[in-house]
Design a protein around this ligand. Structure first.
Ligand SMILES: NC(=O)c1ccc[n+]([C@@H]2O[C@H](COP(=O)([O-])OP(=O)(O)OC[C@H]3O[C@@H](n4cnc5c(N)ncnc54)[C@H](OP(=O)(O)O)[C@@H]3O)[C@@H](O)[C@H]2O)c1
Length: 411
């Protein structure tokens, strides 16, 4: 596991963050305490130090479990939690981004997490009502009191974050150090405004739902049954011809082992869906059919199928391909590493996800994934890139200008 410097700070966070939204079963699709501990232990054993939770996850259980798991080594962890979500239905002040909500929420989180400080305190979502000056001024007070060390913001428009950090810079207040966005092969719209903003302001980036709620693991693919059968056949062939395997070169033997473990991972994931029951999407089906329909859109399944094809080529799992596409964005934006917040409901899933550190996508595979998942950047980006507008601005000199800042501006 490698470590990144978070945004403008000297704080070192591991290149994979542990998402704890699945810790606890209050929402119908999480992990028991015992399983959550195993997930946590596997992450820590792999060298992870960055943990993400929120005041509202599993109605507070996630924070309680984390508090217990980190207690014996609290200072080793970069502990992040969030406020904004309402915790007392019917009370308009029991949520939102104003000072009263922040103070109350922070006190409750500190208690559940059994700690006296939070390393990174997130505004969970823009609330459309609280002036941003109030929020960042109050966060600055929390830093001065030593209750939080850094502040971050999640689920907010780029203009709000830019406004906040510009104001904080001028006033000498605490700036937002990190950004939390939904970003994956099926949700690339942050490429329009949020990622360029984070690059320009040197804000650290974390990506939530990196596997699109599990879709990119391939377990909801339309052809998953075929894929499962094909991969089981391959696995059986490996098992029935051990001699031919030992007579092959060491390279093809290790490729066979990888392909066999990829087959096992795909078969296990597909079997889990066939079993139905406890997977997140199966649970959400009855609660929010619209959300499920949009998650399982034709576009998303086509992307997930390409991810599975590439996984078979490499001999790794589809989840690892989905995570590595995010991690390898740093090839295009070297100054902007993106940290996936990995979510797992089982120990076997976290182990599978952590193993993304052992494989890599080729340029050709990245190109195929970029192509199949591409989005329109829309106005003003497409307009400004058009030949006609470039000609109006540069008078025919555009191609003769070497712009060393182009990469940061164009992505
Ligand atoms: N700021 C925000 O608004 C926001 C929103 C959402 C999440 N988050 C953060 O981001 C973290 C990750 O989000 P997420 O849980 O939605 O991430 P995700 O990776 O998109 O989905 C995780 C789910 O996919 C399935 N899965 C994961 N790995 C798998 C594997 N190797 N094989 C098969 N299935 C696998 C599991 O669900 P099943 O087994 O149930 O199918 C797992 O719970 C959360 O824990 C939270 O910390 C933040």
């Amino acid at each position: 596991m490698k470590y990144y410097l978070l945004g403008k700070t000297g704080l070192k966070v591991s290149e994979l963050c542990l998402g704890a939204m699945t810790f606890g079963q209050e929402w119908g699709w999480g992990a028991s305490k015992d399983e959550s501990r195993k997930i946590f232990n596997a992450y820590v054993q792999a060298g992870g130090n960055f943990i993400d939770t929120a005041n509202k996850y599993t109605e507070g259980t996630s924070e309680k479990y984390i508090g217990e798991f980190i207690a014996s080594d609290r200072n080793r962890f970069v502990l992040a939690t969030k406020y904004t979500s309402n915790t007392r239905r019917g009370d308009p002040n029991a949520g939102g981004n104003h000072r009263k909500s922040m103070v109350q929420s922070l006190e409750s989180s500190l208690e559940r997490l059994n700690t006296d400080y939070i390393d990174l305190y997130w505004v969970h979502a823009w609330d459309h009502t609280t002036p941003i000056e109030e929020t960042i001024r109050a966060l600055d007070d929390m830093v001065k009191e030593g209750k939080i060390l850094y502040a971050g913001i999640s689920d907010a428009p780029a203009w709000i974050v830019s406004q906040a950090n510009t104001l904080a810079d001028l006033k000498g207040w605490t700036e937002f150090t990190a950004l939390q966005i939904e970003y994956s092969l099926i949700e690339r719209t942050p490429e329009r405004e949020l990622l360029p903003m984070a690059g320009a302001l040197d804000i650290g980036i974390t990506a939530w739902s990196p596997l699109g709620n599990g879709i990119l693991t391939g377990k909801y693919n339309k052809n998953k049954d075929q894929l499962q059968q094909q991969q089981q056949r391959q696995q059986q062939q490996q098992e029935h011809h051990p001699r031919s395997e030992s007579s092959t070169s060491s390279t093809s033997s290790s490729a066979a082992k990888e392909s066999s473990s990829a087959a096992a991972a795909a078969a296990a994931a597909a079997a889990e869906v066939v079993e139905g029951g406890s997977s997140r999407l199966n649970m959400l089906k009855s609660m929010s059919p619209d959300m499920i329909n949009s998650l399982l859109s034709d576009r998303n399944i086509i992307i997930a199928e390409e991810v599975s094809r590439i996984a078979s080529e490499i001999g790794c799992s589809a989840a690892q391909v989905g995570l590595n596409w995010i991690r390898q964005q740093r090839q295009q934006r070297p100054r902007q590493p993106i940290i996936p917040i990995i979510g797992s409901r089982k120990e076997s899933q976290i182990k599978d996800n952590l193993a993304c550190l052992e494989s890599e996508l080729s340029d050709e595979q990245l190109r195929r994934l970029n192509e199949i998942s591409k989005i329109d950047l829309g106005f003003p980006h497409d307009f400004l890139k058009s030949e006609m507008i470039r000609d109006i601005i540069y008078g025919g000199t555009y191609s003769s200008i070497y712009n060393h800042r182009e990469q940061e501006q164009e992505h």
